[in-house]
Design a protein around this ligand. Structure first.
Ligand SMILES: Cc1cc2nc3c(=O)[nH]c(=O)nc-3n(C[C@H](O)[C@H](O)[C@H](O)COP(=O)(O)OP(=O)(O)OC[C@H]3O[C@@H](n4cnc5c(N)ncnc54)[C@H](O)[C@@H]3O)c2cc1C
Length: 481
């Protein structure tokens, strides 16, 4: 049974990502990515007296509320912050004063030139606006009281653009502090429907109660936690799991189906590694002090990347291109990564991890080339002992000593965020399937593919919270009464 499972996984063929110029927007119905259409069909929001209704109090919804001011903020859960209720989060920004202070030479123009290498797609008009506003977004984030503890390399461009918050206080706490008194908060209020009359959004429904608003802003986050939807969108040959955190239930897409709103780039998913992904569910791996005591190989038994350098695989397409990928670790570091010996025994019983003193047995069980793996293990040993970086630049001290029983697991991916969603124009107005704005309706943040579907191409980019906040602040400002 165990062998059959490993063999099945090993035989899965690698997925193919579209090449740069052949990337097409993906929508529920394959509709083209909508273009900006001017303001026909839009009724002036200030003409109505009801509050602006913001649905969802994650980073995007909190940003809209702070900027729009006269807001009723409706949140399904009993707390604010969505998936941004964490500290230590990272923001992708280019050309900032924070970079300049650290001697990092960068600019929005340079970022625009690098964009295709980062996301797999050339920048859209909306991307260029986002990049141009980067220094402004940066200063607005600092104005919240956030300080950078680090600015680290964007893995694809190799420029230090990932601005990392210090730890100790969640992003959502800073955003909540910025809310004016004119914002009314209601937690425990899941919006079940958006009310549409004569084609225009006029309010929402919560627990059977109809609440009217002068505008409705959808900030419900992404859909990567919706297994059914993900099953339809994601290539099955890659081992993956849906997000294990709360939220990301894709309510915005349910409403889009109900009302005929446009969607685009739904297949553009940001992935996270770190888990052993199996049919039994994800198992978290803990790295010990930043050192990752494992290597990754593909079916040829060869390594293809500096494993210690890839935190997320949002842009780390090597892991997708080389799938199925196997993580290999000596037994003891594997135990530490899983926490303790019982965890390893359990993972082995469930078929998630395979350990054997003979690397050839491991290789044949997982369907990896035996000779290729032997060469790889030898090369790792040489690099480690000679204290030389290997050809991918991995530091020798981060390599494990494979002079121990060898354990293997299939590297899994966790769908972390989506770069597609409701079709919106440059002002965040939701578009119908014909590309016309739906009066009174906006979408921001992940519900709108971070700020607009296609902004991050097919591969996306790490630190998209900068685009999320940007979309929230910009839309909030534009609809402020
Ligand atoms: C562990 C972890 C670490 C991360 N680290 C980073 C990072 O460092 N950098 C980065 O850029 N991104 C990171 N992300 C991703 C980032 O957190 C999300 O992309 C971001 O939170 C999305 O913001 P949002 O406001 O659009 O949606 P969300 O944060 O998902 O918030 C949506 C909110 O809407 C509410 N909601 C949903 N449906 C309804 C409804 N029907 N009615 C009312 N309310 C509703 C939800 O309860 C939720 O509070 C991380 C995610 C996780 C899980």
């Amino acid at each position: 049974m165990l062998d059959v499972w490993w063999l099945l996984l090993a035989c899965a063929s690698p997925p193919r990502l579209p090449a740069g110029d052949s990337i097409v927007p993906l929508g529920d119905t394959g509709e083209p990515l909508p273009v900006h259409r001017g303001i026909e069909g839009w009724s002036d929001p200030s003409a109505r007296q009801d509050p602006i209704l913001v649905v969802g109090a994650g980073p995007a919804g909190l940003a809209v509320a702070a900027a729009a001011q006269e807001v009723l903020l409706l949140e399904a859960s009993d707390r604010l912050g969505g998936r941004g209720a964490l500290d230590g989060m990272m923001f992708w920004l280019a050309g900032t004063s924070g970079q300049a202070e650290r001697g990092i030479v960068d600019s929005p123009e340079q970022a625009a030139e690098d964009w295709e290498a980062i996301t797999g797609a050339p920048p859209t008009d909306q991307t260029l606006r986002f990049l141009d506003d980067g220094p402004w977004i940066h200063d607005e984030i600092l104005a919240l009281g956030i300080e950078w503890s680090s600015i680290s390399e964007d893995p694809m461009s190799r420029v230090r653009r990932l601005h990392g918050m210090g730890t100790g206080r969640a992003l959502s706490a800073f955003l909540e502090d910025a809310l004016p008194d004119s914002v009314e908060l209601r937690t425990g209020s899941r919006v079940s429907r958006v009310l549409v009359e004569d084609g225009a959004a006029v309010g929402v429904e919560v627990d059977g109660e109809r609440i009217l608003g002068r505008a409705v802003v959808i900030a419900t986050g992404g859909f990567v936690g919706d297994q059914d939807l993900m099953d339809r969108l994601v290539r099955q040959e890659v081992a993956w799991d849906v997000a294990v955190d709360e939220g990301a239930t894709g309510d915005a897409l349910t409403w889009a189906r109900e009302h005929g709103w446009g969607t685009a780039w739904l297949g553009a998913i940001g992935w996270f590694r770190r888990y052993v992904s199996t049919r039994y569910g994800p198992v978290e791996l803990h790295d010990s002090g930043g050192v990752m005591p494992w290597i990754w190989v593909d079916v040829s038994g060869e390594r293809f990347v500096d494993e210690s350098d890839i935190e997320t695989v949002t842009t780390g397409t090597p892991c997708l291109e080389h799938a199925p990928v196997w993580g290999l670790s000596p037994r003891q570091p594997m135990i530490e990564a899983l926490r303790d010996e019982d965890d390893l025994d359990g993972a082995m019983e469930r078929g998630e991890v395979l350990c054997d003193p003979d690397p050839a047995v491991v290789a044949s069980s997982i369907g990896v080339d035996i000779a290729g793996l032997a060469v790889t293990l030898e090369a790792v040993d040489v690099a480690r002992q000679a204290e030389l970086a290997d050809r991918f630049g991995r530091s020798p001290e981060t390599f494990p000593d494979f002079d121990d029983e060898l354990c293997a697991y299939q590297l899994g991916l966790v769908a972390q965020k989506n770069f597609g969603g409701l079709a919106v124009d440059a002002s965040g107005r939701v578009l119908d399937k014909a590309g016309q704005p739906v009066p009174g309706l906006y979408a921001v943040g992940e519900a709108a593919g971070m700020a607009q579907p296609g902004l991050g191409g097919q591969a996306g980019f790490d630190g998209a919270l900068s685009a999320i906040l940007w979309s929230g602040w910009r839309v909030g400002e534009s609809i402020r009464p």
